[in-house]
Design a protein around this ligand. Sequence first.
Ligand code: 5AD
Ligand code: SF4
Length: 446
Amino acid sequence: MKPTNSPKTYRVKSFGCQMNVYDGERMAEMLGERGIVPAPEGEDADLVVLNTCHIREKAAEKVYSDIGRLTKGKTQDKAPMIAVAGCVAQAEGEEIMARAPAVSMVVGPQAYHRLPEMLDRAVQGERATDTDMPAIAKFAALPERKRTNPASFLTVQEGCDKFCTYCVVPYTRGAEISRPYGDLVTEARKLVDAGAKEITLLGQNVSAWSGENDKGQAVGLAGLIRDLAKVDGLARIRYTTSHPADMDDDLIAAHGEIDKLMPFLHLPVQAGSDRVLKAMNRSHTAESYLRLLERFRAARPDLALSGDFIVGFPGETDAEFEETLALVDAVGYAQAFSFKYSPRPGTPAASMEGQVAKEVMDDRLQRLQAALNRDQWAFNRATEGRTCEVLVERKGKHPGQWLGKTPWLQSAWFEGDVGIGDLVQVELVEAGPNSLAGRLRERVAA
Ligand code: 5AD
Ligand code: SF4
């Protein structure tokens, strides 16, 4: 590649999970430190970062078609500089470099702190790949948090040692690591100084976080949450995503004791059949999952529950799928995510016998989603008439309208004289399937 001008504008496109959103924000911050500014809406950027997700179907194909779209009909000096980041970069970096000459940087999720150096090389016309996994070093090398949204993310843990047989994460994000306690308390304070009112602690297996507090004592996620709740100006704490195997008594108790910990739990179950769960290597049964939820609900009766589901795991029979529907009925989720099984290269399930036909998966997904939508709407209706605190996150579609989140992570919209980042009391007037219409009651101290 020829040397080229330093990019002046950038665009980061993040796909997939919230951790990618966090990583995307951090990459944007680094580019900002370099004096590169976000490309104005609707205009081409000089540098495009495709921050990819590999968890399901056709991830790599999507990357190639995005690259095609960005470079179509453009000579090299007119086309943007392209960096591919995220889990597809980690899993398929070399192929991307070989197949897509327009890409000048490939950077894995544990190495993106080196993006600025790679950029220097790219400007000199060198193509660079970095898919090392130094993990903690990345966070130390990132710039300080200076700007954020009222509801912001903080990655506390990365990687996964669970090896569910369908999942690519242990290969793309690597082994479980916990960021040190002190770094997290510092970053949380910086986020609050920058305007955050709510922080969601992120990790592929966030409930496996462990560390040592400032007194040298070993603490788990609940200990971290207890201490973060003491940060002045921080009003709300959430965490995601958890695994049933790591949920301990302390975390359950924390839900009953810490007001700032929002009444919401995202706890994926994946399936309702014990045989399927075993084949998935999930280490819990449907029954043990339900018992665990009972304990959470005893600690916090108004807890809203969320989950993840996969339909059509290899060998799943109709009767086994019915067990998933039965579990959904038993739980009554406030919201949930559901997916068709997608064979991921290199995972054990991809070579299992009994791959389920697409039409069967389509049908199961439709039935499952109908049940989940029914329950979500029912949950929303059950909160009608309540007045609750809403964190204002953005303007709504119509002038004077605002959108925010209730403690149960429902979207609520209302009109009134408020601003982004305000915590306000809103009466939930009318429930829809995906959001609630509210009426502003009063502002509460921010
Ligand atoms: N196919 C379909 N869904 C998957 N997930 C993870 N791997 C796969 C796969 N191979 C889903 C799981 C997980 C969520 C983040 O994505 O439900 O909890
Ligand atoms: Fe993937 Fe299972 Fe780890 Fe979640 S717990 S990231 S589904 S391997």
